[in-house]
Ligand binder design. Structure first.
Ligand code: PBG
Length: 320
């Protein structure tokens, strides 16, 4: 006899018993933008509810997030100091270094991940060294490595290279090991697409490219096999976790990598995905809470072990 599937949907009790995917605090990483200065908390127009913090307000924000159950975050530096060499990216007094030191001093158990990329520290806004209007892969590697080392020395638990240069995971692993930071992990943005969903982030991080676009290093949204190729290479080079970015338009990529890899998969629910929900919710067109929880659950269902999301703090509040 054909089954009556509605039996298992009849009450919230039975629905909870048969629920397959669960969202918990340890699934989520909250992004934090960090800047220089004293007592600064600047709103980001294109990302309602998200701020750029100098160190003291950052500590308060982390404390609030932890009180809701938050267990880790990823830090992005926003810098006024930019040149064409990238030296500010690895400065030992960069906003990220100061933020990592402060957060680890006050909340040693909070998992601190740092984004490693040159775009916020380069006048031209590209993620690598530019020569003759081209991004030079191999000249970018030592700078990225020094940046990762500065973050590790400040106390970061995990560094997350997002530049999409070839061989950067290997270069960073070697640099960290040389200085005896063997225990600092690498979360590789392995499958990072040249996406239009990063728009609000570039506004937040002042990191838009001054000429051209990022298509010579970030991946073509039309490609799926390429994601597997990139991920397998980064595993071989020593990555501890693999990221897929963005998340929503790339759930198929998350699912494929989950099947083919044994490492944890991290999905990045990016700025554009966040701001679209915020804008529609502000207009009263969607219910923010249920849309966000449905979205985050679907990213987990697709196979992500961890989700980076600007909604993380709200989600934790709603899950309580
Ligand atoms: C830096 C970086 C970007 C994002 C994370 N790291 C922007 C980019 O590649 O242009 C995007 C994050 C988001 O949109 O939320 N390279």
């Amino acid at each position: 006899m054909p089954h009556r599937y509605r039996r298992l949907r009849a009450t919230s009790t039975i629905r909870n018993f048969v629920q397959e995917t669960h969202l918990r605090a340890y699934d989520l990483l909250q992004p934090f933008f960090v800047i220089d200065g004293k007592n600064k908390k600047d709103a980001i127009a294109s990302m309602p509810g998200i701020y750029r913090f100098s160190t003291d307000p950052l500590l308060r924000a982390v404390e609030i997030y932890m009180r809701l159950g938050g267990r880790g975050g990823i830090l992005f530096g926003v810098s006024d100091h930019k040149d064409n060499s990238g030296k500010y990216a690895y400065a030992t007094n960069s906003p990220v270094v100061k933020a990592v030191q402060a957060v680890k001093k006050h909340f040693p158990e909070f998992l601190v991940v740092t984004d490693v990329c040159l775009c916020a520290y380069m006048t031209h806004g590209h993620c690598g060294v530019v020569e003759d209007q081209k991004i030079n892969n191999d000249k970018s590697l030592p700078i990225l490595s020094k940046m990762a080392l500065a973050h590790a020395a400040a106390g970061a638990d995990i560094v997350a290279p997002s530049d999409m240069m070839d061989f950067r995971v290997r270069a960073i692993r070697q640099e960290l090991n040389k200085s005896h930071f063997e225990e600092v992990g690498i979360l590789s943005y392995a499958a990072k697409y040249a996406s239009s969903f990063y728009g609000p982030f570039r506004d937040a991080a002042h990191s838009a490219a001054g000429f051209g676009d990022r298509k010579t290093y970030q991946m073509d949204p039309a490609n799926s096999r390429e994601a597997l190729k990139e991920a397998l290479k980064d595993v071989e080079e020593g990555a501890d976790m693999i990221m897929v970015k963005p998340a929503l338009a790339y759930l198929d990529i998350i699912a494929v990598l989950r099947q083919k890899l044994t490492l944890p998969i991290v999905a990045y629910n990016v700025s554009g995905e966040y701001s679209m929900v915020k804008a529609a919710a502000q207009k009263g067109w969607v219910d923010e809470q249920s849309v966000v929880l449905e979205t985050l659950t679907s990213i987990k269902r697709a196979g992500a072990d961890i989700i980076i999301s600007y909604h993380a703090q709200d989600a934790l509040q709603w899950l309580q």
